[in-house]
Ligand binder design. Structure first.
Ligand code: SF4
Length: 465
């Protein structure tokens, strides 16, 4: 998962782009970068192994087209050990139409089929493939269409060709991308929160399979490839996106409220009792509100996020995740000792953080720790840009719900049902592959079979015939 932005206008400050990109740091904090057209029409960039606010730019510099990226590694260097330029976006390529710079959110599944060369990043691969198609004599639009017909996976992209800004999105619309324009400038971003903060009221979704070239005030998207089925990532609503954003015109905040309402009905049916509803900060705080109201159990912040910590889910290695989890939370002991707690979290992926939290709460004298999760069990890998790449890493792949309850040492464990999730999403066409194993693209299905064989080998010590 990454965050991307693009800005075009007469005199856009790099500083403004940097500040807007900082709003997408929740989508990736491994590296970030900006690329822009300078006063001589030359593409320049600046990248850093950190958050956008640390990108080295001349704050007064202006440009007519700027793109930016916050990186979350799902492919290539996962620790940031290699040179920043090798993995941090945007990437560049020289074409007959001028320099091309590009940033990408998503993941390409058939990279080896698309190129003999090994790339350290799928964003770099897309940039080079697009540049090569253009250099064969095709227009930008024709080149993007050809890419869309050959690439398998998730991709929302923003780029600059010469001095023009453009964007495109995969035909299934797995990753979000929105845009807006007024008389002064145009803005594209992964999430609407960026456009809202920039003062836009009217925000458009770039529809799946569409491409847009910004030239003038009335730029219109063009549908290059029609897809029968849109499969937006449901995990954006549960965890990834900012609560302040709308994804596919649906409020992330309201969806999280709905997730809490659905989960509360299940908890009521199970007659779960507690002294306090305690959200695991930050994502599950929204869903915890209706759970508290419906169950009539007071909501208390017994766990507080250490404000200097980063999101553990988007840490690159298990070791850094555990270390970060230990530094991430602070506790209000008076709300814990001798109390029965109902802990609300958005998902259980590896189960490391929750197991650690429950252990600490019990050490601090909690009586019972019930757990309720605003998603169904995540039991399958994601190949579309979320970092749970192998089934072997997922606690729900091997263990039943009661085994997970034992493993994390919870007093009870309640997952939101798949029906409850679908009701919360109000009929949105979505990808649920990490829950139900139905991958929306052919290479996703192929990778599932390979992963299934590896998983059975691990579990049984033998292959399948
Ligand atoms: Fe999102 Fe899960 Fe589909 Fe990945 S597999 S795109 S996380 S819904």
């Amino acid at each position: 998962m990454c965050g991307i932005i693009g800005i075009c206008g007469k005199e856009m400050q790099l500083n403004t782009a940097q500040n807007l990109l900082q709003l997408l740091v929740h989508r990736g904090q491994d590296a970030s970068g900006l690329a822009w057209v300078d006063e001589y029409g030359i593409h320049r960039d600046s990248k850093v192994k950190s958050e956008p606010k640390f990108i080295n730019i001349d704050r007064a510099d202006i440009s007519t087209a700027i793109i930016g990226s916050t990186r979350y590694p799902t492919y290539g260097d996962r620790t940031g050990g290699s040179a920043t330029n090798k993995f941090a976006q945007p990437f560049s390529f020289q074409t007959r139409l001028g320099s091309l710079s590009l940033a990408h959110n998503g993941q390409i599944l058939n990279m080896s089929q698309l190129s003999d060369k090994e790339y350290s990043s799928d964003a770099e691969l897309i940039t080079h493939l697009l540049g090569k198609l253009i250099n064969q004599g095709k227009s930008l639009e024709e080149s993007i269409k050809e890419l869309m017909l050959t690439m398998d996976g998730a991709y929302s992209c923003v780029g600059i060709i010469g001095d023009k800004l453009f964007a495109f999105r995969d035909p299934r619309g797995i990753r979000p991308i929105v845009y807006a324009q007024n008389e002064n400038f145009c803005l594209v971003a992964s999430e609407s929160v960026v456009l809202q903060q920039a003062g836009f009221d009217s925000i458009s979704v770039l529809e799946p399979g569409n491409y847009i070239l910004f030239s003038g005030l009335q730029s219109r998207p063009v549908e290059l490839v029609t897809s029968k089925e849109h499969t937006h990532c449901m995990f954006e609503y549960i965890y990834f996106a900012s609560a302040a954003s709308k994804i596919e015109d649906i409020s992330v905040y309201q969806t999280r409220i709905a997730l809490g309402e659905e989960l509360a009905l299940q908890l009521k049916e199970r007659n779960i009792k507690a002294d306090y509803v305690v959200p695991v900060p930050d994502t599950s705080k929204t869903a915890a509100q209706p759970i508290s109201e419906i169950l009539q159990i007071p909501l208390r912040d017994a766990i507080i996020k250490n404000r200097s910590s980063k999101r553990t889910f988007i840490m690159p290695t298990v070791e850094t995740r555990i270390k970060a989890a230990m530094e991430k939370y602070l506790f209000i002991d008076s709300l814990i000792e001798g109390k029965n707690l109902l802990l609300i979290d958005d998902s259980i992926v590896r189960g490391l953080t929750l197991k650690y939290l429950i252990k600490l709460l019990k050490q601090k004298g909690a009586n019972e720790v019930h757990v309720a999760i605003t998603s169904p069990p995540i039991s399958q890998a994601c190949y579309y840009g979320v970092d749970f790449p192998t089934r072997g890493e997922l606690i729900a792949a091997e263990k039943s719900e009661s085994e997970i309850k034992e493993e994390i040492n919870a007093s009870s464990l309640t997952y939101l049902s798949l029906d409850g999730l679908k009701t919360s999403l109000k009929g949105l066409e979505a990808c649920y592959a990490c829950i139900d194993g139905n991958y929306p693209t052919p290479f996703g299905e192929q990778l599932k079979e390979i992963s299934e064989r590896a998983f059975l080998l691990k579990v049984n010590g033998s292959g399948v015939s």
